[in-house]
Design a protein around this ligand. Structure first.
Ligand SMILES: [Zn+2]
Length: 277
């Protein structure tokens, strides 16, 4: 006897909902308060919009958690290692099955199991938000039992959700909706790395300057003249070494003030290593 599992949740609905633009938290709470104040008597258009926004809000968090289970600590994404974690909001899957078990039928073609059939929901306005949560859970069930569950991705650059019909086993640098977004993310990462390296370099120059001047106290940052001299020394090094610049060509005393904790930590490290040599 053959058996068939029929998933009644379609990918298009899920993608549309995941990519739905939801209102800000403030606007959302204003709408909810209005809905409650009017005891659910708002226009059909508003009602539909509120419902879909609520479903999208309930749905996205567990989907994001589930997608992240396929990403290791080094950022490598392997879609087939995605898993359901009970502690995550994914517990909605279990809740849904407990309340709405799949329909099963036995016919001439064999056994049929229906997944994600829309349940009968109460029509009472007080159940509106519970109904939205139920709908989000129904979609979760449909998603994690779908044939294309390993084909859905979230772009790390624009954060849109998309389907890739032929995914690779793993993605070293994460997944992107287009080559253009991969390039943009890479360029931003390189710029950020250069900026961080330049900042570290400037802090090291400042700390070395303090050690060379015989500074042995963490109170040095209270000396305005010394801070000006530190800034000038760092600026001289920046003029010689473009790796210290990253978009700026000199630093002023307020840069020293802003970064005095990091400079002080580096000064102490230099000072200690000098003493132990
Ligand atoms: Zn993108």
């Amino acid at each position: 006897m053959s058996s068939t599992v029929l998933n009644l949740v379609d990918g298009e609905t899920i993608l549309r909902l995941l990519n739905r633009e939801v209102p800000s938290a403030q606007k959302r709470s204003e709408r909810i308060l209005r809905f409650i104040a009017r005891e659910g008597k708002i226009s059909e258009k508003e009602l539909q919009k509120l419902f879909h926004d609520e479903v999208a809000s309930c749905f996205r968090t567990p989907v994001d958690q589930w997608l992240r289970t396929g990403v290791d600590a080094g950022g490598v994404e392997s879609p087939r290692s995605r898993t359901i974690v009970r502690e995550h909001a994914m517990h909605g899957v279990f809740q849904y099955f407990a309340m709405h078990p799949p329909a099963v039928s036995l016919g001439a073609e064999g056994l049929s199991v229906f997944i994600g059939e829309p349940p009968e929901v109460p029509n009472d306005w007080t159940e509106f938000f519970q109904n939205a949560a139920t709908e989000a859970n129904r979609l979760l069930v449909g998603l994690v039992l779908s044939d294309w569950r390993f084909n859905i991705f979230k772009c790390r650059y624009c954060e849109c959700y998309y389907l890739n019909p032929k995914p690779r086993a793993s993605y070293l640098g994460g997944t992107y909706c287009s080559a253009e977004h991969r390039k943009s993310a890479y360029a931003e990462r390189i710029t950020a790395e250069k900026r961080d390296a330049a900042k570290c370099g400037r802090e090291i120059v400042a700390a070395k300057y303090l050690v060379e001047r015989g500074v042995t106290t963490s109170e040095w940052h209270k000396d305005a003249k010394l801070k000006s001299r530190v800034a000038a020394a760092v600026s001289i090094h920046m003029a010689k070494d473009p790796n210290l610049c990253s978009g700026r060509y000199q630093v002023r005393p307020h840069w020293v003030s802003r970064n005095c904790e990091q400079i002080e930590a580096r000064r102490r490290a230099f000072f200690t290593s000098q003493k132990t040599q």
